[in-house]
Design a protein around this ligand. Structure first.
Ligand code: SF4
Length: 968
C-alpha cells in the first residue's frame, strides 16, 4: 500500500468524523473505518503485493457490483487497475445495506472465476453425440439465429410451451420472467422444488407471503432450523445480524441433526430425529397455549379463528373464548414427553426452550428455509409449526420478530410489462400437484417419458439439472433423447455435467460481467442492489464507449440482458408477433432497447428517493447506481398489516362475517411500497381491501381470509382436511417407515465455501473444501467396523455410491449425513480440471455405472497455481442415487433417504456410483400415487387455487381444467 493502513484508517475516519459520525458514512451504518472512503473510489492507491519487497504503487478504480455466488447478492467492490484494466481483487461494498461491506469467502473468490483457465470463453456447438463431449466453436450469430428460428417456429405453430427456460440461481428479480411473458411462453422452470418449496409453503399458508424476514439483530431469542452462520439462507447478511443479536444478549437455539458451525454457537443445540422437528415445535406451542403464555389480543385480532369455528365447529359459539378452549384441546396431545418420544431430545430441554420462547415474547426471530423442511415428507409443516410460535407470540413485523419477505424487499416496475402467458404448461405444473409451491422441475424427465409433452428448445441457465437434481441419470436419459428435447442450450459461465448433454454451450458472465437488479429480505428495510459488468463501467469512466459486454468480458462472454434482447428481436424481427415491442427503446421508438436505457428508466421512474439521492451527488440515478451499486429505499417498514386502509379506497364496502372487507375502489390511490394483497374479488366484483379489526379496516395479509391463516380453508377444499391446521406429519424416514438395517441419510447441508455447481472454478475455495465424507457416529461406525477414511457403500432404493467415512460425534447416532456440495465430475475432454475428476459413464439399458478414471491432478495453464494442485479427491455425486420423492402437497423433493451403509467391496473406488433407472421410474410412480390430483379434488374446476403464488401467472381461463373448459 502506498498509504500505511493507519493513513487509510485516518483518511476514512476524517470522512466520517467530518459528518459527526462514528461509522462509515453509507447505508451500512457500521464501523468500517478501514474501508476506502467513497470520495476516493476513482483513484485508490495500494501497493502491489506481488512486487514485494519492492514498493510499487497500483492505482485502482473501485467499481461496485454484486456477488453471484449465492442468493444473498452481497455487495462487492472490484479493484480495477487503472493502468492494466485488470481486476486486482474483490472486497465488500460498504455502501450495500444488506451485506454492509462484509462477504463470505465466496465473494472475493469471484476473482478466481474471472481468471479460471478452464472457463468457457466462446459459444460452442456439439460436434458429436450428446454426451460425447466433442465441441466446435461457433459464432454467436450462428447460434442465436438457429435458436431464434426454432423458438419462432414453435410460437408461430402455437406450441409456445415447447420452449422452456430452466433456471438455477436467478440472481435477479424478474428480468427473464418478463422475457418469457413477452414471448407468450409459460415455460419458466425453477429449481425451487428441490430447494425451498416446503419451507415456503409453510409460510405462504400462514400469511400469503412465501418467505420470512427475521429481525435477528433485535431479537431476544433466535430460533433457527438452519445453519445460518455458515450456509443458511441469506447467509452472510443474516449471519452478521445473528451475531449482532447475540452481542445484544440474545439466546440462540439451533435444531440440526448434525453439529453445524451454527450449532457450535448455540446456547441450546437440539439434534432431533430427522423430520421430528414439528413435534418439538408443537410441544412448545402447546405449552404456551395451555399456560396461556401467548399474546391473546394478537391472536384475537389477526388469526382467522372465526373461519375455523364456522367451518369445523359450527355447533359451538362463535366467540374467541370458545376458540381458545378449542385451541387447548387441539394441541393437548403434543406434550414435552411426546416431543421426546418422537425426536429423542429430552423433554426437559424442550421445556427450557419453551420457557425461552415465552420470555422472548414478540422478540422472537425464527427461520427455517431448506434444512428439515427440504428433507422430509410433510416438511412444509416444519416452517408452518415454527411460524405458529411467532403467530402465538405476536412476533410478526415487530422489532426482533419475523416480517413477511415482501415488506423487506423492493422490486421496481420495469420499462415494459408484458402480459403473462395465456397457456398452462403441464410439464411444469402437472394437475397431480395443484398446491405445489413451484414448478415440478425435478420430475421433468419422468413427465417427458410419460409423453406429456416435448421440448423444442430447452434452456438450462446457470443450472445443472443432471448434477443438482435427484435421479440425474434419468435426466441424462431424457435430455440425450432428441425426440424429447429438440435443442438443449446451456447458458453457463462454467462447465457443468449437464452442459455435456447440450447442443449449444453459451458462455454467460460471472458476477462482475453482467447486469442484474435485485433486492432481498435481509432485515427490516428495503434496498436494491445493482450488478454490473465492472470493466464496462471502468472503461466508460475513462471515456470509452462500450456497446456490448462482449467487448469487455473475457473471450466472447456475453451478459444475458443483452442476449435476451437480441434473441427476442431475432424471434420477431419485424414485430408482427407482438414480441419486439417489449424490447424496443422508448427514447428512440423502433430501435433496440439498450441495457443502459432499461436500468436508467427503472432508476429514474420506479425507485422512490433514488433520483433525489443521485441529484444530491450531482449524478443521474443510473450514474449513482454505477458508482455505488446499491440504494436503500426505506428503513423500518414496520407492520403493514396494521395499516388502516384509506377512506378513499373504501367505496361501497362489504364485509364478510369473519371481517374480510371488499370495496369497489380501483387499486390503492396512494403509492404503496408494499405489494398489496389481491386474492379473489367477491361475487359482486368488489376488490378485497383489508380486514376489519375492532371497527377499523386494516390491510391484513394476502390470504383468502385476509388474516393469518391458522386454519387453511385451501387445504381443506383441495382434499387435505386432515392438514388444515399446523400439525405433524411423520416423515418418510420416521423409524416406523424404515426397514430393518435402514438409517436416514441427511444430504441437504451445504459447505460454507462452496456453491453447488459454480464453485468448481474457484481455486481458493477448492483448496479449502474438496470432499464430502459421510458423517457417521462412533457407535454406528463401531457396529460396521469402519474408521475415518475407510470406504463405505451407501445403498439407496435405486443404487449405491462409494464414499469415505468420517467418524464424528457431531452427528446424531443412527443417522448419517453427506454434504451435497461436492462430487463434481467431468467426461474425457473439456471440463473444470481443478475440481472435476474424469469419469467413465456407461450403461446397459437402465443400469448405469459412473466410475472415476482419474482424480483431480495438477496441470499446466496460464495460472501457475494449477500446477500446484495437491488434492485428488472431489467427493461423491450422491444425488445420482436418489429417486424422486415429491411431497404430494408442496411438491418439494423430500431429500432425506432411507439407506443402508456397509463396508466397501473390493474394487470400489471413492466416487463410484451405480444406479438402475427402472427403479427410479418405480419410485416416481409410487410417489405420484400419493397425490390428490386437481381433476378429482379441485373444488371449482380449476387447476390450482388462484391466490397461491406462481412465478408466471397465466390468465384465469388457463387455470380451468380441460374438463371444465369442455363443459362450458
Ligand atoms: S453470502 Fe457469500 S456467496 Fe453469498 S452473496 Fe454474500 S459473499 Fe456472495
Amino acid at each position: 500500500m502506498s498509504e500505511r493502513k493507519s493513513d487509510r484508517v485516518s483518511a476514512s475516519r476524517s470522512a466520517t468524523e467530518s459528518r459527526g459520525e462514528t461509522f462509515y458514512p453509507g447505508p451500512s451504518r457500521t464501523p468500517l473505518g478501514a474501508y476506502p472512503p467513497r470520495e476516493r473510489w476513482d483513484d485508490w492507491v495500494e501497493l502491489d503485493a506481488k512486487a514485494w519487497p519492492k514498493r510499487v504503487e497500483r492505482h485502482c478504480m473501485l467499481v461496485p457490483t454484486t456477488c453471484f455466488n449465492c442468493e444473498s447478492a452481497c455487495g462487492l467492490l472490484a479493484y480495477v487497475d487503472r493502468e492494466t484494466l485488470e481486476i486486482r481483487k474483490f472486497e465488500g461494498n460498504p455502501e450495500h445495506p444488506g451485506s454492509r461491506g462484509r462477504n463470505c469467502a465466496k465473494g472475493p473468490a469471484t476473482l478466481n472465476q474471472v481468471n479460471d483457465p478452464d472457463r468457457i470463453l466462446y459459444p460452442l456447438k456439439r460436434a458429436g453425440r450428446r454426451g460425447e463431449n466433442r465441441w466446435q466453436r461457433v459464432s454467436w450469430d450462428e447460434a442465436m439465429a438457429d435458436i431464434a428460428s426454432r423458438i419462432r417456429k414453435a410460437i408461430v405453430e402455437k406450441r409456445p410451451n415447447d420452449v422452456m427456460y430452466h433456471v438455477g440461481r436467478p440472481g435477479e428479480d424478474g428480468y427473464t420472467e418478463r422475457v418469457l411473458a413477452a414471448w407468450g411462453v409459460d415455460g419458466h422452470n425453477s429449481h425451487t422444488n428441490i430447494c425451498s418449496s416446503s419451507g415456503r409453503a409453510g409460510y405462504q399458508l400462514w400469511m400469503g407471503y412465501d418467505r420470512p424476514s427475521p429481525d435477528h439483530a433485535n431479537a431476544d431469542l433466535i430460533l433457527l432450523i438452519s445453519a445460518h452462520l455458515e450456509s443458511g439462507h441469506y447467509f452472510n447478511p443474516h449471519a452478521q445480524r445473528v451475531m449482532d443479536g447475540k452481542a445484544r444478549g440474545a439466546k440462540l437455539v439451533v435444531l440440526d441433526v448434525r453439529l453445524s458451525n451454527t450449532a457450535t454457537h448455540a446456547d441450546h443445540w437440539l439434534a432431533p430425529w430427522p423430520g421430528s422437528e414439528p413435534a418439538i415445535l408443537l410441544a412448545i406451542a402447546n405449552w404456551l397455549i395451555q399456560e396461556e403464555r401467548y399474546d391473546r389480543e394478537f391472536v384475537r385480532r389477526y388469526w382467522n379463528w372465526q373461519e375455523y369455528l364456522e367451518a369445523e365447529r359450527p355447533g359451538e359459539p362463535a366467540s374467541f373464548e370458545a376458540f381458545e378452549k378449542a385451541l387447548k384441546r387441539l394441541y393437548a396431545e403434543y406434550s414435552f414427553a411426546f416431543a421426546e418420544r418422537e425426536s429423542g431430545v429430552s423433554a426437559a430441554v424442550v421445556q427450557e426452550v419453551a420457557r425461552l420462547v415465552a420470555e422472548a415474547g414478540p422478540r422472537l426471530s425464527t427461520h427455517n428455509w431448506r434444512s428439515a423442511a427440504a428433507g422430509n415428507l410433510g416438511g412444509w409443516q416444519v416452517s408452518r409449526t415454527l411460524f405458529l410460535l411467532n403467530a402465538l407470540m405476536g412476533a410478526i413485523a415487530v422489532p426482533g420478530g419475523v416480517f413477511p419477505n415482501a415488506w423487506n424487499k423492493f422490486v421496481p416496475k420495469p420499462i415494459h410489462t408484458p402480459p403473462h402467458p395465456q397457456e398452462w404448461n403441464e410439464l411444469t405444473w402437472p394437475q397431480e400437484y395443484p398446491l405445489a409451491m413451484n414448478e415440478m422441475s425435478f420430475l421433468l424427465p419422468h413427465l417427458l417419458k410419460d409423453g406429456r409433452g416435448r421440448l423444442e428448445v430447452y434452456f438450462s441457465r446457470v443450472y445443472n439439472p443432471v448434477w443438482t437434481n435427484p435421479d440425474g441419470l434419468s435426466w441424462i436419459e431424457a435430455i440425450s433423447d432428441e425426440s424429447k428435447v429438440g435443442l438443449h442450450v446451456a447458458l453457463t459461465p462454467t462447465w457443468s455435467e449437464s452442459a455435456y448433454f447440450a447442443d449449444y454451450v453459451l458462455p454467460v458472465g460471472v458476477g462482475s460481467e453482467r447486469h442484474d437488479l435485485h433486492s432481498y429480505e435481509t432485515h427490516d428495510a428495503q434496498w436494491i442492489g445493482f450488478r454490473q459488468p465492472v470493466l464496462k463501467e471502468a472503461r466508460e469512466r475513462l471515456g470509452q464507449k462500450i456497446a456490448d459486454t462482449r467487448e469487455v468480458n473475457p473471450g466472447e462472454v456475453w451478459e444475458e440482458n443483452e442476449l435476451w434482447i437480441d434473441l427476442s428481436w431475432r424471434i420477431d424481427p419485424d414485430g408482427e408477433l407482438g414480441i419486439r415491442k417489449h424490447f424496443e427503446s422508448k427514447r428512440e421508438p423502433g430501435t433496440k432497447l439498450t441495457v443502459d436505457e432499461y436500468y436508467a428508466f427503472i432508476f429514474e421512474n420506479s425507485v422512490p428517493g433514488l433520483p433525489e439521492q443521485a441529484r444530491s451527488f450531482g449524478l443521474t440515478p443510473l450514474e449513482y447506481m454505477r458508482r455505488y451499486g446499491a440504494f436503500e429505499v426505506s428503513r423500518q417498514v414496520g407492520a403493514q398489516y396494521t395499516a388502516a386502509v384509506p377512506e378513499a379506497e373504501l367505496v361501497d364496502v362489504k364485509r364478510t362475517a369473519s371481517g374480510r372487507a371488499y370495496a369497489r375502489s380501483e387499486k390503492p390511490a396512494s403509492p404503496n411500497l408494499v405489494p398489496v394483497p389481491s386474492p379473489d374479488p367477491d361475487a359482486d366484483g368488489r376488490r378485497p381491501v383489508g380486514i376489519e379489526v375492532d371497527g377499523t379496516v386494516v390491510r391484513g395479509f394476502p390470504t383468502p381470509s385476509g388474516r393469518l391463516e391458522f386454519y387453511s380453508s385451501t387445504l381443506r377444499a383441495w382434499g387435505w382436511p386432515e392438514h388444515a391446521l399446523p400439525g405433524y406429519i411423520r416423515s418418510h424416514v420416521h423409524p416406523q417407515s424404515l426397514e430393518p438395517g435402514e438409517v436416514p441419510l441427511i444430504p441437504t447441508f451445504r459447505l460454507p465455501v462452496q456453491i453447488h455447481t459454480r464453485s468448481a472454478n474457484a481455486k481458493w475455495l477448492d483448496e479449502i473444501a474438496h470432499t464430502n465424507p459421510l458423517w457417521i457416529h462412533p457407535t454406528h461406525a463401531a457396529e460396521l467396523g469402519v474408521a475415518t477414511g475407510d470406504l463405505v457403500r451407501v445403498l439407496t432404493r435405486i443404487g449405491y455410491f462409494v464414499v469415505k467415512a468420517w467418524v464424528t460425534e457431531g452427528i446424531r447416532p443412527g443417522v448419517v449425513a453427506c454434504s451435497h456440495h461436492m462430487g463434481r465430475w467431468k467426461l474425457e475432454g473439456p471440463g473444470q480440471r481443478q475440481m472435476m475428476p474424469t469419469v467413465s459413464l456407461r450403461h446397459e439399458g437402465t443400469l448405469w455405472d459412473l466410475r472415476r478414471e482419474r482424480g483431480v491432478e495438477p496441470f499446466a495453464s496460464a495460472d501457475p497455481d494449477t500446477s500446484r494442485i495437491w488434492w485428488t479427491d472431489a467427493g461423491v455425486h450422491q444425488n445420482l442415487t436418489f429417486p424422486v420423492q415429491p411431497d404430494p402437497i408442496s411438491g418439494m423433493h423430500c431429500w432425506h433417504q432411507a439407506v443402508r451403509v456397509k463396508r466397501a467391496e473390493p474394487g470400489d473406488r471413492p466416487g463410484d456410483v451405480s444406479v438402475d433407472t427402472a427403479k427410479s421410474r418405480e419410485a416416481y410412480v409410487e410417489w405420484l400415487a400419493r397425490t390428490r390430483p386437481a381433476e378429482r379434488y379441485s373444488p371449482d374446476g380449476t387447476r390450482r387455487p388462484y391466490w397461491l403464488l406462481r412465478p408466471l401467472k397465466p390468465g384465469r381461463e388457463a387455470y380451468r381444467l380441460p374438463a371444465a373448459r369442455e363443459r362450458s
